[in-house]
Design a protein around this ligand. Structure first.
Ligand code: NAP
Length: 350
């Protein structure tokens, strides 16, 4: 590429915002140009506005950027949003109206009729919805972090054997609740059996993601029954989920493993920079996958599955693990942006 596309990050001081900054270092197509957060942070150098909690050191060229307010007067036309959902709706709409392409991690626009809820390996064709949007720019959303891991594992099985029922129980990492998140005295020596709004998201988002592209909207897949229970556990990164699934055509265990092993989508065909070589990795060992061991597989962009066995209530049960702030948020957003660019949607802003 002759020049990189300038990116503005909204919510840059938060858990997802920091992950964007860490992941965008040396990205071949995108470069960080502007950072936005609340009025509490605006006007300060980024290093003074944030409590940097990433493993890698903050890039010096980013540390000195002065944080802006989240108003649509940015030079960068491509905007990655990690805004708190209490403010994301209006801010993201304002940016899209003003001609910016916004890729969001917040829940607010996920169910707008003309907004794609994207997992690039699963529903890349839904990007066409952008053509129906009323904005001068556009909005694309990332699904909920637990939904992304589960659907990456289920998509190849749904394509091959048609899913009828899903029961999922999550064990979700602390970083999923933002920074500083759950107070230490609440979570040490404990599991919290409630995450506000999460079960509803897991039960509804798959219907849109696995739906069909219609005329300016998605025809939801309402045939699949989904039940979700979500728990917060004392793990820093990586959501582990136990999944039970029933199919229209019950496959063999070998057929399921083969479907996972052969699964590839548009990002792999296009060889996008953030695309994992294999979106799903199967482990045959009884004690895998584990957050500490597998969350960083393929730089945190792939889901890991294991413990596949027959189930007395449904057809099969298995475990899926995915990195919530990488594949489930910042990395997923970057992959969405790469897909937008590869398919020409960013030509007018590049
Ligand atoms: P977070 O750590 O709480 O960060 C929130 C960000 O929003 C901060 O940068 C904060 O800036 C900014 N903000 C708050 N109020 C604002 C205002 N009035 N105007 C402008 N900016 C404001 O949250 P997070 O975990 O990064 O999550 C960000 C979004 O992504 C949420 O909608 C969340 O649901 C979603 N998400 C998170 C994950 C995850 O794994 N964490 C995964 C998927 C999706 P200040 O520092 O200045 O307050």
């Amino acid at each position: 590429m002759e020049h990189k596309i300038k990116v503005g990050i909204l919510g840059a001081t938060g858990s997802v915002g920091q992950k964007f900054i860490e992941l965008l270092k040396d990205h071949p197509w995108f470069e960080i140009a502007e950072l936005g957060a609340s009025e509490r942070s605006a006007g300060k150098k980024y290093i003074d506005a944030t409590n940097w909690i990433m493993k890698n050191q903050l890039q010096p060229e980013v540390a000195n950027i002065v944080v802006k307010e989240c108003t649509p007067d940015y030079e960068s036309k491509l905007i990655f949003s990690g805004l708190d959902s209490s403010v994301a709706e209006q801010i993201e709409t304002d940016f899209a109206n003003a001609g910016y392409f916004v890729i969001s991690n917040s829940r607010n626009h996920r169910f707008d009729k003309d907004v794609p809820l994207m997992i690039p390996e699963v529903n890349a064709d839904h990007l066409k919805l952008i053509d129906s949007q009323p904005y001068k720019g556009g909005i694309v959303t990332n699904p909920n972090c637990s939904t992304i891991g589960m659907i990456l594992a289920l998509k190849p099985l749904h394509d091959a054997f048609k899913i009828k029922k899903i029961n999922v129980v999550t064990m979700q990492a602390l970083s999923g609740g933002g920074y500083p998140g759950v107070p230490s005295l609440d979570i040490i020596d404990n599991v919290i059996p409630y995450i506000g709004g999460e079960e509803e998201k897991m039960e509804t988002e798959p219907r849109k993601i696995l739906g069909k592209l219609g005329d300016g909207e998605i025809i939801f897949n309402n045939d699949i029954k989904i039940s979700a229970q979500c728990n917060r556990v004392a793990v820093i990164d990586g959501h582990l989920e136990t999944v039970q699934v029933e199919f229209e055509n019950k496959p063999t265990k070998e057929e399921i493993i083969e479907a996972w092993e052969n699964f590839k989508g548009v990002p792999q065909e296009l060889n996008l920079p953030f695309a994992p070589v294999k979106p799903v990795h199967y482990f045959s060992q009884n004690n895998l996958p584990q957050p500490k061991l597998q969350r960083d597989i393929e730089n945190g962009m792939a889901a890991s599955v294991g413990r596949l066995r027959e189930d007395p209530l449904f057809h099969y049960k298995f475990i899926v693990l995915s990195h919530n702030t990488v594949r489930g948020a910042a990395g997923g957003t970057i992959l969405n942006a790469e897909l937008l660019k590869a398919q020409g949607y960013l030509d007018k802003i590049a």
